[in-house]
Design a protein around this ligand. Structure first.
Ligand code: WT7
Length: 659
């Protein structure tokens, strides 16, 4: 146990297992240890030169005069340069003048898509380019121009990527809203962003049912008078209301449109997208990303972290409604000229082996998902993946939350067959691209650690006064220097950008996470600092107690919260779901409390274990500890529940006032 004055969090968990890259993986890896050390050294010695070299791997219409203009906390990257992100994602792979390596991808699959009902579509780079150009021309014919904001509210269909790329091509800032969000959420975001147009579909498929997207748009637009036009994709084909002077069918819009479109040269700092972070508390923030730096960050990280090779079939399961879908479903893989897989529906439809069926049938080689999904796979049981041949996989990834070591080990063993490195990638909507992650051909993995910062990223764990913590001392995770894909501001609220990210600790970017670095310099993220529990003066991260619980064979998932305790300051309440086939009982509760005592110590032993059939999560899969905290403390929940994935979960936990 080590805490220090000024540290927000104490670290109590130790994980001793180690996974060095296999000789086979090392031999074929894109990045070897010599090259990596060279990159680290260059980034240290000459950060601007380092990023300029990364930028030169992409196409610019006019070069930059300055790599970085840094007026803390305001950054401009590749000052004076012009480029076009969609051109780099598409035309660059078709343009034979660029030489043999590039320009030869016209017939290569860019997007391999499967709808929930089982329909399939593959778009080559040439076809995707044509579709994007047609749609860009269609949008332009509706008056969309550079600087406008366009909302995208679609299911996970190829047109979602086409719409994003068409906006990027035109210089229209897109704001994607996840199709699971309500009409109200869409309206609030459209108002905040000042959007003029919405791109949607008649509906999408989810667990065999239709998500009524167009209906939601109609209700949202009623409260957002700035929306002049609505483009509607026909997906489900069911009857919808149609306002002919406002609404236009996607297929009508592109019917006569040309497949040629000259990509305009856009300023490197042109706003590419606004993405609202769901946030578990407060008003959503519109995170603003710009063009040039974002492009450089996602291009470099996609190739490094996923070790992309020409013949890979890469699948990131995220929805385009989240930043992961922006950076690692659409832009990163397409910049890298990869084949990116998209699947529209639920992972357990029609049965809990759907994802493994997709992996086997499409020959997926790289698979990137979230710990919440992995814990669901663990809960459903090994029989489901065992039905399918998963031998095409060679690399696995994780993102979104700290991954509990036991879930990591399960993922590695059951899905990866013990042969695939697991890259645990730490980043945020705000960071735009991955900042801390293993390089799979080089890094020795430790389950539960996102390992080292990538070259060029000055990550550290610090005390409140900004000084670095010692090995294994818990502290605040910060980034000491700007990086190209960083957020530029919070839309319409620059003060919030300054106060939230650059004021907590002097002179550095504050991520909001608690973490420690071990003696090897590896990062262990312990969760949001707001979630820390203070038991008798010890500041415990929820993550470590949850990991201890999940390491018990009966447990699928756990969420730990504090509740006021007269004696100890805070007591610990654990909400636990068990694996399928396990029956919960008071005896199991006692066993779990003893298990935590053994794994961590009596200090971290939960005062109470509450069994649940599911935990309340945000729509992006993060456990809503705020609700559980309220429930543990008062027995009811009164706060805002609009970001909750499934209200019924909370009702079954016995916890809303409007039951
Ligand atoms: C927060 C950012 C990054 C895309 C998806 C989430 C947590 C994310 C990890 C990881 C531990 C992680 C952090 C971070 N987080 N990845 N590999 N290990 N924690 O984006 O919704 O902006 O959330 O997710 O707490 O701050 P986001």
């Amino acid at each position: 146990m080590s805490g220090a004055p000024g540290s927000p969090i104490d670290s109590v968990l130790r994980e001793a297992r180690r996974f060095p890259p296999s000789d086979e993986f090392r031999a074929g890896a894109r990045l070897g240890s010599d090259e990596l050390e060279r990159l680290y050294a260059q980034a240290e010695r000459d950060p601007d030169g380092f990023w300029a070299d990364r930028a030169r791997e992409l196409h610019w219409f006019t070069p930059w005069q300055q790599v970085l203009d840094w007026q803390p906390p305001w950054a401009r990257w590749f000052v004076g340069a012009t480029t076009n992100l969609a051109w780099n994602c598409l035309d660059r792979h078709l343009d034979t003048r660029l030489g043999a390596r590039l320009g030869a991808r016209g017939d290569k699959a860019a997007i391999v898509w499967e709808g929930e009902p089982g329909d399939r579509r593959t778009l080559s780079y040439r076809e995707l380019h044509a579709e994007v150009c047609r749609f860009a021309n269609g949008l332009a014919s509706l008056g969309v121009t550079s600087g406008d904001c366009v909302m995208i509210y679609l299911p996970l269909v190829p047109e979602a990527a086409i719409a994003m790329l068409a906006c990027a091509r035109l210089g229209a800032t897109h704001s994607v809203v996840f199709g699971g969000f309500s009409a109200e959420a869409l309206r609030d975001r459209a108002l905040d962003a000042g959007a003029r147009l919405v791109i949607t579909a008649d509906g999408g498929w989810r667990r065999g049912k239709i998500v009524p997207l167009k209906e939601n748009v109609d209700r949202a637009v009623a409260g957002a008078p700035g929306i002049e036009r609505v483009v509607v994709l026909r997906r489900t084909g069911h009857e919808i209301a149609f306002a002919p002077e406002r609404d236009v069918w996607w297929h009508d819009l592109v019917a006569g449109a040309s497949e040629q479109h000259d990509a305009p040269a856009l300023d490197a700092e042109h706003p590419l997208f606004i993405l609202y972070t769901s946030g578990t508390t407060g008003k959503p923030k519109g995170i603003v990303h710009t063009t040039g730096g974002y492009m450089v960050g996602v291009h470099a990280t996609t190739r490094w972290v996923f070790d992309l090779r020409e013949d890979d079939v890469y699948w990131c399961t995220a929805d385009v409604g989240w930043v992961t879908g922006h950076s690692y479903v659409v832009y990163g893989p397409l910049l890298a000229g990869a084949t990116t897989v998209m699947y529209e529906g639920a992972p357990d439809f029609p049965e809990p082996d759907r994802l493994w069926r997709v992996v086997a049938e499409h020959g997926v080689t790289i698979f990137y998902t979230a710990p919440t999904a992995i814990r669901a796979f663990v809960k459903w049981g090994e029989a489901w993946p065992a039905r399918h041949k998963l031998s095409s996989l060679r690399l696995l990834g994780s993102v979104g939350e700290p991954i509990n070591p036991e879930a990591w080990i399960w993922y590695h063993r059951v899905i990866g067959g013990g042969r695939c490195p697991v890259v645990d990638t730490w980043w945020q909507t705000e960071t735009g691209s991955i900042l801390i992650a293993p390089l799979p051909g080089v890094t020795t993995l430790k389950p539960g650690s996102c390992t080292r910062a990538l070259p060029g990223i000055a990550a550290d764990v610090v005390h409140k006064d900004g000084t670095s913590c010692g090995p294994d001392q818990g502290g605040y995770l910060v980034i000491r220097r700007p990086w190209p894909s960083m957020l530029r501001t919070v839309h319409g609220d620059p003060e919030r950008y300054v106060s939230q990210y650059w004021s907590e600790i002097d002179g550095v970017y504050f991520a909001g996470d608690g973490a420690r670095r071990d003696a090897d310099g590896y990062f262990w993220v312990m969760g949001r600092v707001d979630d820390v529990i203070n038991v008798a003066g010890h500041r415990l991260g929820t993550m470590e107690i949850e990991s201890a619980l999940v390491s018990h064979p009966a447990v699928a998932e756990a969420a730990v919260v504090g509740r006021p305790d007269e004696l100890k300051g805070q007591g610990i309440v654990a909400f636990v779901t068990v694996k399928s086939g396990v029956v919960s009982s008071p005896a199991l509760g006692a066993e779990l409390r003893a298990h935590v005592t053994q794994e961590i110590g009596a200090l971290a032993r939960p005062d109470e274990i509450r069994f649940a059939d599911a935990l309340p999560k945000t729509r992006s899969g993060k456990i809503m500890r705020r609700l559980l905290k309220e429930l543990a403390a008062t027995g009811a929940v009164t706060g805002d529940v609009t970001t909750l994935e499934d209200l019924a979960v909370l009702l079954r936990l016995g916890g809303t006032d409007d039951e």
